[in-house]
Design a protein around this ligand. Structure first.
Ligand SMILES: Cc1ncc(COP(=O)(O)O)c(C=O)c1O
Length: 499
């Protein structure tokens, strides 16, 4: 509580903040208020409202970093007033970005010498990085078609239906048809065989995900590369691959160094990664790197000189903060390969522990794989009395934010819960979460069926009335689908917003 002490001010200023007029009226929501208020009151009001936000450390929905070392926090705060785009004025910050790009390109095995500079750029996140990579792919394809005297007005991109919403945004914003390989029950990533079948002469690239947002599973980029190489040879096309390594880009090099998913595969021309996910920096940094400068059409790079010397820029936004770039460099030199490996191994151990705890309850099937991003995705074996959405809601009581969602087409009838294991999700927290899941499930066992499942009973009864056991059996499956699509309508926006 803040007590204002300036006696020379009006009477109000001697009241405690909570008794002052500033908090007695409802807060401005639509129009900027006419009058100013003391800084202490503004702070208190906003701080108090923010108390109702969830606790980021318990937000297991997000891949995005929620803890960093205090030394790095200090560096970030010191740079809070630096606009990254003022490169002439802040040349050291620019240099740190370039060093980060080089380090990431080397980590992803770009074909370059030890002292060669890489082609890449820092972005606000993987979404911006994907827009840039997609634009480069589109432009390259257009130029090639133009040179061949062929139409270039119907570009498409092939992805799995499990892609994150940023790919749908790219497709819609930049007028590229999105051709999605549908999922199926038990197979929740893009099938490379089907993806390559969908490729045609208008395909600007196939986008593979290293670490599906939904289950953390890695897509088989090596197989995709091999199949696409064969198809390119047979057709004379030159369809490339982009790897969306938003979360897996900082997992695979440390945990699975022999897995070939990156520039070691000839068709992989660009890769994005989120610095703010397993790059271990707070929200606001992503990266895109290209195999070499041939893959980034020169006409997409703008050159400005009004901030000083000639500056190349290839980003969607102009101004942005510098803190995240500085923080990324801090993490790279502070942790080194050894430190990242340690942290990722620990995340994996904690994910495995959590997984075992969840399996022990006997209620769930695990959908995530041993190899991949440390994510635990699980579904209920029996959702006739309550659903994963009920469990998600009940876990909130303990402070846990565990999202529930349905899978994309054609696996919409599968509803899951997902826990993202980050650096700061310790073993102790994993044990607590397991205990709380057990508790919630036991409580739900003792309650009447939830609203979503009453619908099952309803439809089942109707079917029974309408006749025959045979029909009833068939209908259970149909009903499950109906429930999940009902839920899907409710939560679809949320699933698409899953980060
Ligand atoms: C596979 C994948 N791609 C892209 C994104 C978007 O990343 P960002 O939040 O860094 O824009 C995400 C976010 O979770 C993701 O999981």
């Amino acid at each position: 509580m803040v007590v204002t002490t300036t006696v020379s001010d009006s009477d109000e200023n001697i009241h405690s903040t909570f008794a002052s007029r500033y908090v007695r009226n409802s807060l401005p929501k639509f129009k900027m208020p006419e009058q100013s208020i003391p800084k202490e009151a503004a702070y208190q009001i906003i701080n108090d409202e923010l108390m109702l936000d969830g606790n980021p450390r318990l937000n297991l929905a997000s891949f995005v970093t929620t803890w960093m070392e205090p030394e790095c926090d200090k560096l970030m705060m010191a740079a809070i007033n630096k606009n990254y785009v003022d490169m002439d004025e802040y040349p050291v910050t620019t240099e740190l970005q370039n060093r980060c790009v080089n380090m990431i390109a080397h980590l992803f095995n770009a074909p370059m010498g030890d002292k060669e500079t890489a082609v890449g750029v820092g972005t606000v996140g993987s979404s911006e990085a994907i827009m840039l990579a997609g634009l480069a792919m589109k432009r390259k394809w257009q130029k090639r078609r133009q040179a061949e005297g062929k139409p270039y007005d119907k570009p498409n991109i092939v992805t799995g239906a499990n892609v994150q919403v940023c790919w749908e945004k790219f497709a819609r914003y930049f007028e590229v048809e999105l051709k999605e390989v549908k999922l199926r029950e038990g197979y929740y990533v893009m099938d490379p065989v089907k993806a390559v079948e969908m490729v045609d002469e208008n395909t600007i690239c196939v986008a593979a995900i290293l670490g599906s947002t939904l289950t953390g599973e890695f897509e088989d980029v090596k197989l995709l590369n091999d199949l696409l190489t064969k198809k390119n040879r047979e057709t004379g096309w030159d369809t490339p691959i982009h790897v969306d390594a938003a979360s897996g880009g900082f997992i695979a090099p440390f945990l699975y160094p022999h897995l070939k998913w990156d520039f070691r595969l000839p068709l992989v021309k660009s890769i994005n990664v989120s610095g703010h996910k397993y790059g271990l920096v707070y929200a606001g940094v992503g990266w895109v790197v290209w195999r070499d400068k041939e893959e980034l059409p020169e006409e997409l790079i703008f050159h400005i000189n009004y901030l000083g010397s000639d500056q190349p820029t290839f980003t969607l936004n102009f101004s942005k903060g510098s803190s995240q770039i500085i923080a990324q460099y801090y993490q790279f030199i502070r942790l080194g390969f050894e430190g990242y490996k340690d942290i990722m191994e620990n995340c994996m151990v904690n994910a495995r522990m959590l997984c075992e705890g969840i399996v022990k309850t006997g209620r769930f099937n695990i959908l995530s794989k041993e190899e991949g991003v440390p994510v635990v995705t699980f579904s209920l074996k029996d959702s006739s009395r309550y659903t994963v959405f009920d469990i998600s809601e009940d876990l909130r009581r303990f402070g846990w934010i565990v999202p529930a969602y349905t899978m994309p087409p054609n696996a919409e009838h599968v509803a899951v819960l997902r826990v993202v294991v980050r650096e700061d999700f310790s073993r102790g927290l994993a044990e607590r979460l397991t205990t709380d899941i057990e508790r919630v499930v036991k409580e739900l066992d003792g309650k009447p069926p939830s609203r979503g499942t009453v619908k099952v009973a309803h439809v089942t009864a109707a079917v029974e009335g309408a006749g025959g056991e045979k029909r009833l059996k068939k209908s259970v499956e149909e009903t499950q689908r109906e429930i999940t699509s009902h839920w899907k309508r409710l939560v679809d926006g949320k699933r698409k917003g899953a980060c």
